[in-house]
Design a protein around this ligand. Sequence first.
Ligand code: FAD
Length: 313
Amino acid sequence: MRKFDHINATTIEQAASFLSKSNAYAIAGGTDILGTMKDEILSVYPETLVNLNTIPGLSYIKEEGGKLLIGALTVLEDIAVSDIVKTKYPALAQAAFSTASPHLREMGTIGGNICQMNRCLYFRSPDNRFNCLRKGGNMCYAMAGYNKFHSIFGAMDGCVAVNPSDTAPALVALNATIKTSKREIAAEEFWDVAIPGSTVLEADEIVTEIQIPATSGKSAFVKFAIRKSIDFPVVNCAVLIDGSSARICLNAVYNKPYRATGAEEAIAGKAINEENAEAAGTAAVKGALALQSNKWKIQIARTMVKRAILACA
Ligand SMILES: Cc1cc2nc3c(=O)[nH]c(=O)nc-3n(C[C@H](O)[C@H](O)[C@H](O)COP(=O)(O)OP(=O)(O)OC[C@H]3O[C@@H](n4cnc5c(N)ncnc54)[C@H](O)[C@@H]3O)c2cc1C
């Protein structure tokens, strides 16, 4: 690892001020950012890490004003085992529980989980061997190369990396709002379409809280990964069925969490049964566009939607 400065922020304002300096990154659990630094994957090495853990009061799960509020520094394990989350927002508890391993869940925060960088092997290649589109280069190596785990819904700006977060689709399905040091952003709009896989956060902006509206609906999260634990999703899916309406979000299928509106329309107001869930799964992948080696993910996505809907029965 190269030399870098590490600054303990004690307030949100102080963190924002440190982050406004060039080439500074926030660090929460460090389970993603430190790996990128050890492998030296970025074209410009981070000069400064601004530690958010030293800001008091950013780790909590509470109900207030008709919402579930989760502090950005809350670790995934606390979310996975929270009785409130498990009972009222099971999709999020299941998503948190499905992430990585117990050790990583004890370190990794919800804020870091939704801000993590993509896992494309070209982007993650040690020593920045591939100056890909995402890094300012002029080529997406995965487009014509190894693309078994990449986007099945096309590319934005030519990059076919996918968003790897497990909690992100649950937050979109649950209609969450991401509160930052500057504003409130609907979860659905939190990931940038112009810079694939990135968030819309400005350099000096940090996530402070996740807000989820209370719901009496049923929600569920399912994940398909190659390994049963410590593995990123090949495809995951979160569903909220609330009365006659549904919110369905897939992830790891596109540059950002993919709201499957076709599936939502297909299941809205219908009985939750095998036949209707199957039809919704088929509607979810309408318009999918496989690359050379990832056609198999279309079937996985269809099945994930079906299973997540059936899990809400
Ligand atoms: C072996 C392994 C397996 C993994 N498996 C999974 C998996 O199955 N599913 C999954 O979703 N993830 C997985 N991860 C990724 C990662 O561990 C988790 O996403 C974790 O939640 C990241 O949180 P963190 O607090 O450690 O983030 P950090 O590493 O501290 O930060 C990650 C990024 O988010 C930014 N950031 C952090 N907090 C904030 C904030 N409050 N505001 C603004 N920016 C912020 C940082 O600047 C950095 O760019 C895995 C990682 C490893 C190493």
